[in-house]
Design a protein around this ligand. Structure first.
Ligand code: C2E
Ligand code: CA
Ligand code: CA
Length: 670
């Protein structure tokens, strides 16, 4: 418990600016207190001195009266009358009997014995409110600031030439003091006066002014510093936690806030959903409306999400059009229902634009296993990554917009992790092998070419088909290394065939679109091929259609260079996905590979044949060669032969095979 409190205090110190403000105010207060104490101490000292003077006057007067009455045998009245004649005009004297009944007074005033304090002033700190006897001031002890102010005022009024300004009275008062005399039957009172002049307090004023300056300047400086550091801290916090695009929370804030929320969760049945919410085709939206509009849209989405968060929930933009949400769910069904509603509402966030969203969910029960949780903090980035893997798994599935992370996705994630962990070592160990699938002439049925296809022969998992690792390599970039390896293998084989005097057929090799960000791709491929002394014309580079969707100018430049180098270029999977007929017009393509989907499906056979026929005609008119892929039936071969298709690649003739097998088959073919 003690530890807990200590931690809290520590956090308070760390997080809040208030302790420094409070400390600063305490410092300021104690400094002001010190100055005020100095002022009042001085004032008390000054008045004490004046009172002491007055008492001294009274004692002197007493001594004189005693002298006159004892030595000259005068009555007290005679003695006082004699002495009073020599006193200053305003120094009144009063004689009373032992009961303070006034017997006689000399001067203009007499004391009011109803108020003892008017008679005897002992304590200078005591404020005497009504000492208004003979033109005296109402208060004996003024507050020092008033005295200080009077001094300044007097300084302003006085002229300095006459040198009298130092004697300028600032405060003047009278009061009665009992005079000590030896005669027991009488009491003698003396009205003294007290005047504070400029010179009494002038040097103190200067000292106080100096103190004020010494205290004031650093105070202003400190205050300014505190204010600017508060402003700076605010700015830093904003920068640390604000998303630059949406101006809402950023990822840092999301992680911190989510951690707090999950930590607070005590109920073992409380379920939270970490959601990856993604806007589909955001890139296209920006391409159509500009990036400024894109940013404005993200801001709107973020604002909408924030408004829809309940207490104990949070959201933030992760990157591009991806948002992270932490939702509190009563049940999985309710969570899905809420998210579905949210996705529908989000499609209308911009009235004139149609948008669609998808979401992946990872469910958490932070309080379900507290001991485990204490040992190992929830890695929210990892959890979000799982949610986003769940969302990615619905890619391309019509009508499905929400997916909860499950065992299957977990298996895929584990596989991905394993592949990424092993890929480099596998390449170095030669686990990737080149298989060749022959391409046949539809009429002569002889081998006229081949496509190089990779196979991962893993000692642990056996033969792994490319579909299980190529997408992972395309995502993490390793595909460029694998493609380099395959190009080198093709070049090596071509030069071996040449050296061994075998029949040489062109071999096509797949070049992933990831490679087309390299401006020097042509030069790079030339270097790889030339390393084995292979002829460029014997190598065909296959590009999938998705490669044609990127920066067209750059692609055109790279393809022109590859063409100049003497490589043959082919467009793979033509007809699948987004067909870009424009690419056929603009890019120097030599070979068109008809996608195998042309020969699949339940659609009308006749219509399919018309499309293939016309595509072949189009390719011929553009002086391109045509390869039909995925041919499995004899009638397909016959139809394609009729249409003048140049090459056929498919299981009807041969499956992809190891190079040794291909060599044997090619020899038999001759
Ligand atoms: P792809 O380039 O379209 O290759 C043709 C795929 O169709 C091959 O699959 C091949 O085995 C298969 N195929 C050929 N004829 C038939 C048929 O009659 N019926 C059926 N059902 N399938 C047929 P594979 O070898 O599994 O390769 C799959 C994809 O992996 C390839 O599609 C290619 O995109 C990619 N890939 C393979 N090797 C490489 C490589 O070295 N680099 C790159 N970047 N991608 C590669
Ligand atoms: Ca291919
Ligand atoms: Ca293909």
């Amino acid at each position: 418990m003690k530890f807990h409190r200590k931690q809290k205090i520590k956090r308070f110190y760390k997080k809040s600016i208030w302790p420094s403000i409070i400390l600063f105010l305490v410092f300021l207060g104690s400094c002001t207190g010190m100055v005020l104490t100095c002022m009042f101490t001085f004032q008390a000292y000054l008045i004490n001195t004046k009172i002491a003077d007055m008492h001294e006057d009274a004692r002197n007067l007493g001594r004189m009266v005693d002298q006159h009455t004892q030595e000259n045998n005068e009555t007290i009245f005679e003695a006082v009358s004699f002495i009073q004649a020599y006193l200053e005009e305003d120094k009144d004297i009063c004689i009373t009997d032992a009961d303070d009944q006034v017997l006689k007074y000399y001067g203009k005033t007499m004391p009011d014995f109803g108020r003892a304090e008017n008679v005897q002033l002992i304590n200078p700190y005591q404020l005497i409110p009504d000492l208004n006897m003979a033109g005296g001031e109402r208060q004996l002890l003024l507050t020092f600031p008033e005295l200080f102010w009077r001094s300044i005022e007097a300084l302003k009024k006085s002229s300095y030439e006459d040198n009298q300004w130092m004697d300028e009275p600032l405060f003047h008062t009278y009061y009665w003091v009992e005079v000590p005399i030896r005669m027991q039957d009488y009491h003698l009172y003396y009205r003294g006066s007290m005047t504070i002049v400029q010179k009494n307090i002038f040097f103190m004023n200067v000292a106080i002014l100096a103190q004020l300056v010494c205290l004031g300047v650093p105070t202003i400086f400190l205050f300014w510093n505190v204010l600017s550091s508060i402003a700076m801290q605010k700015r830093l916090v904003n920068q640390l936690y604000q998303d630059p695009v949406t101006e809402g929370n950023n990822w840092c804030h999301f992680i911190e806030q989510s951690r707090k929320i999950l930590k607070k969760s005590k109920n073992a049945n409380h379920t939270y959903a970490v959601v990856n919410l993604h806007m589909l085709r955001f890139q296209d939206y920006c391409a159509c409306n500009g990036s400024k509009e894109g940013d404005a849209l993200l801001k709107k989405i973020d604002g909408y999400l924030r408004v829809n968060m309940d207490r104990g929930e949070t959201c933030a933009r992760f990157s591009k059009a991806d948002f992270g949400l932490l939702l509190h769910c009563r049940s999985v069904e309710l969570c899905e229902k809420r998210l579905k509603k949210l996705l529908v509402e989000l499609t209308g966030v911009k009235k004139d634009k149609m948008m669609s969203f998808s979401a992946g969910i990872y469910l958490l029960r932070p309080a379900a296993n507290r001991k485990e949780r204490r040992r190992r903090q929830i890695d929210l980035n990892q959890v979000y990554h799982f949610a986003s893997a769940a969302r990615s798994s619905i890619r391309g599935k019509e009508g499905e917009h929400i997916k909860i992370f499950d065992q299957q996705i977990l298996q895929e994630q584990l596989w991905k992790h394993k592949v990424e962990e092993r890929m480099e070592a596998a390449l170095a160990a030669g686990e990737f092998q080149m298989y060749l699938q022959p391409k046949f002439h539809p009429v002569t049925e002889k081998i006229v070419g081949a496509e190089a296809l990779v196979r991962w022969i893993s000692p642990e998992d056996g033969m792994i088909p490319p579909g299980r690792f190529i997408p992972i390599f395309e995502e993490n970039g390793f595909i460029t290394k694998l493609d380099d390896y395959m190009i080198s293998e093709v070049a090596k084989l071509q030069s071996e065939w040449k050296i061994n005097g075998r029949k040489q057929v062109p071999i096509s090799v797949n070049v992933s679109r990831v490679n087309f960000v390299k401006a020097d791709l042509a030069e790079h491929i030339c270097r790889l091929v030339d390393g084995y002394g292979a002829e460029h014309a014997g190598i065909e580079l296959e590009l999938t259609e998705s490669a044609f969707l990127g920066n067209k100018n750059m692609l055109q430049k790279i393809l022109q260079e590859l063409k100049m180098c003497g490589f043959c270029l082919s467009m793979d999977d033509f007809g699948a996905g987004y067909s870009s007929l424009n690419s056929l017009k603009d890019l120097p393509i030599d070979v068109l590979k008809l996608d195998m989907d042309f020969f699949r499906g339940d659609g009308s056979k006749e219509r399919g044949e018309i499309v293939v026929k016309e595509t072949i005609r189009l390719a011929k008119s553009l002086h391109m060669k045509i390869v039909a892929e995925g041919i499995e039936k004899k009638e397909q071969v016959e139809f394609l032969a009729e249409q003048g298709c140049d090459m056929i690649q498919g299981y009807y003739f041969a499956r992809p095979m190891p190079v040794s097998e291909f060599n044997e088959r090619a020899e038999r073919d001759v």
